[in-house]
Design a protein around this ligand. Structure first.
Ligand SMILES: Nc1ncnc2c1ncn2[C@@H]1O[C@H](COP(=O)(O)OP(=O)(O)OP(=O)(O)O)[C@@H](O)[C@H]1O
Ligand SMILES: [Mg+2]
Length: 491
């Protein structure tokens, strides 16, 4: 960019001060107001306006006007159009000492009408692209603006354009953030949780009643029953919904690693701790912390966790200083924690702290009435994402879905439907597309006697709707034998 003239020191000082001021304003409206006001003050202009390209429509529009009545803004834009056109054409700022005599404006009705004499107008550019302009004028004085004031206004406009771009980006990110937060909230509203069975209704009723409080919740249930889904529903329906939801899987991590993940560490406190690190409890401050597979944590971490629950305090690994955190704890386990307590593997005091409210997610085979609804839900979801024109699920297919015992619960059902949609050839999903075991396959050499026994027992149990007494009778075994086997298979 060429400047017509070098600027005087006091103008440079003013430019620096103004640049610092506008760079500290993040929001677009106050920023534009300040830009306009500072430009007017610096040039002692009588009137002024700022034009900006609308990022949605691409149209140039007056965003701020000073000392110009609303009615004349429309008129003003007429002259501004000729000025902007002139800037667009040759990329140069416009300076007029006497608009009445200037051939560029001669004949323009609005100039004559308003009796404008001096005009200075400079482009606002971002990376060579014109995004608008700053216009100032005077009706009372010829030669109000000099080449020097134009140089000042041009340099000022360059700074302003950068600040405007930053503010627009900031607003865009802010809007995006609000939209995403809303989307996540909606995704985890109860509507996202399918289930009309009385067991699911009872759970949703509890979720509703406990969301707004801070009590600890322990969610137990088999894999894939929706424990995390419920944990999120509690968070996103409660008073902490604007705060973070942080989840940590506690199984299969070394003790050192898990401890530093949860509580953070001080630089050098163990090999590999190269920097100070904030733990997830701090990250979850004012929100909810979901501790998944809590049954797997070591006695040492159990003790530290108890401290968070009792005192609301954490200590980073290698630090003596304590830090306060305000976190609601929801934990989940697919082990029976009471059983772990009995075996001496889990601290009883911690168990009671975590288990203020207890939610038990029933396995899918115990709420078969939810299968058609869930199937429909996943069918619509995956038809939509796959874009395949599948119309329906054959009624025989639904029978197969209803009789299967779903050891992987809702997650397995979801995967099965997704796979079936990918594999389906016609417009209907058939049982063959499901690829779930229909009956015990004795020809499968990979199966051990234990597998065959287990599958057979579970199938019969399934046909008896989970009624163990009935199943034992049909199998010709004692109820004790059945209980013993079921427990063994759970390990
Ligand atoms: N009632 C439900 N309605 C709709 N989707 C569900 C429902 N229950 C579970 N799902 C879906 O099933 C999948 C498994 O759920 P989730 O991850 O919450 O289970 P989990 O109990 O935490 O499993 P794991 O013990 O294996 O971690 C997810 O994709 C979830 O959205
Ligand atoms: Mg889970």
């Amino acid at each position: 960019m060429e400047y017509p003239l070098p600027m005087e020191k006091n103008h440079l000082d003013a430019l620096l001060a103004i640049s610092q001021e506008i760079n500290s304003i993040q929001k677009i409206d106050p920023l534009l107001t300040t830009v306009m006001d500072r430009a007017m003050q610096a040039l002692q202009a009588e009137r002024g306006f700022l034009i900006l390209r609308d990022s949605d429509s691409g149209d140039m529009a007056v965003k701020i006007a000073r000392n110009i009545s609303d009615e004349s803004i429309k008129d003003t834009t007429e002259i501004s159009t000729s000025v902007v056109q002139s800037i667009l054409k040759n990329g140069q700022p416009v300076l007029t000492h006497d608009a009445q005599e200037d051939p560029r404006f001669k004949g323009s009705e609005s100039v004559v009408f308003h009796g404008i004499l001096s005009v200075a107008c400079v482009p606002l550019r971002i990376k060579e692209q014109l995004i608008g302009c700053i216009y100032v004028d005077s009706r009372s004085q010829r030669r109000m603006f000099t080449q020097e004031s134009l140089a000042f206004l041009t340099a000022f406009a360059n700074q302003a354009a950068i600040a405007i771009e930053n503010a627009q980006l900031y607003e865009k990110l802010r809007a995006e953030n609000i939209r995403l937060k809303k989307e996540v909230r909606e995704k985890f509203r109860f509507e996202g949780i399918i289930g009309q069975s009385s067991k699911m209704r009872q759970i949703l009723d509890i979720v509703e009643r406990i969301s707004d409080s801070d009590v600890s919740v322990l969610i137990q249930g088999e894999s894939g029953t929706g424990k995390e889904l419920i944990a999120r529903a509690i968070h996103y329906n409660g008073s902490r919904k604007e705060g973070p939801f942080v989840a940590q899987y506690c199984g299969a991590l070394t003790e050192t690693l898990l401890e530093s993940e949860l509580f953070g560490h001080k630089k050098g406190s163990f090999t590999g701790a190269a920097e100070d690190k904030k733990g997830l409890f701090e990250a979850a401050d004012n929100g909810t912390f979901f501790l998944d597979e809590i049954g797997d944590i070591s006695p040492n971490i159990q003790t530290k966790l108890l401290r968070v629950l009792q005192e609301g305090e954490i200590k980073r690994v290698g630090e003596t200083q304590t830090r306060r955190v305000d976190v609601r704890i929801i934990s989940a386990s697919n082990k029976d924690l009471a059983h772990e307590v009995k075996k001496g593997l889990f601290r009883e005091d911690l168990y009671y702290r975590l288990n203020v409210i207890s939610i038990h997610m029933p396995p899918l085979r115990e709420r078969k009435e939810d299968i058609p609804l869930l199937t429909q839900h996943f069918f619509e979801k995956y038809c939509h994402t796959s874009g395949k024109p599948i119309e329906r699920i054959a009624s025989k297919t639904m029978d197969t879905l209803l009789t299967y015992h779903w050891p992987g619960n809702v997650r397995e059902l979801e995967n099965t439907i997704e796979r079936a949609i990918v594999l389906a050839r016609g417009s209907t999903i058939r049982s063959e597309d499901l690829h779930i075991p229909k009956s015990i396959d004795y020809t499968n050499e990979a199966q051990t006697l234990r597998d065959v026994e287990r599958n057979f027992v579970l199938k019969v149990l399934d046909e008896c709707d989970g009624n163990k007494t009935k199943a034992a009778k049909r199998l010709g075994v004692s109820l004790r034998w059945l209980h013993y086997r079921l427990r063994e298979w759970e390990q």
